[in-house]
Design a protein around this ligand. Sequence first.
Ligand SMILES: [Zn+2]
Length: 183
Amino acid sequence: MRTRCIRQGQVEVGVIEHEGREFAALGASVVGRSVTGYTRRTNGHIVLTTWCGLTMLDCRCEVVERHWTGSLALMFRLPSRRYIVGYALADHGMLFRGELFTDCEEKEARAAARRLADHFSELDAEDEATFQAEFEEDRLLDIEYRCPNCGHEWQEQWSCVCDSECPECGTTDITALSWDDAD
Ligand SMILES: [Zn+2]
């Protein structure tokens, strides 16, 4: 089995060559040993498709592990002790990220599926955390200050409430009077 990537215009096409047959995956990619596709549930089993729904891999698939969130560790059994194992958020219409394993025992493949699932679910959690952090950073506050020396009042916009300096008399370390979310 060989994997390669070709480009058609802007679209990356992943190709898996397996026993003389080619599994082309438009909009999915095969980089080295990694395989990307989408899950689809048909007749009670899961197949791997391209983003536009073409079947990419239609072989026996086993759900190795189902997390409480609905995400799955999957194992696709290919002939000759080859497996594609990986992770998907759900068994239908979700991104699948996995790896090709050749010449390995079923037990190893199953363990690898669990490892990948753990790895990717951690990445997803990190993405979520990063997104949240960026969201928090983007938040701006309208902060009001009043100078205790000259009585001057003014407003500043910052992402957090911090001390400021009076623009009139130069008094420093003036604590914010009040703040609100900026529009
Ligand atoms: Zn002042």
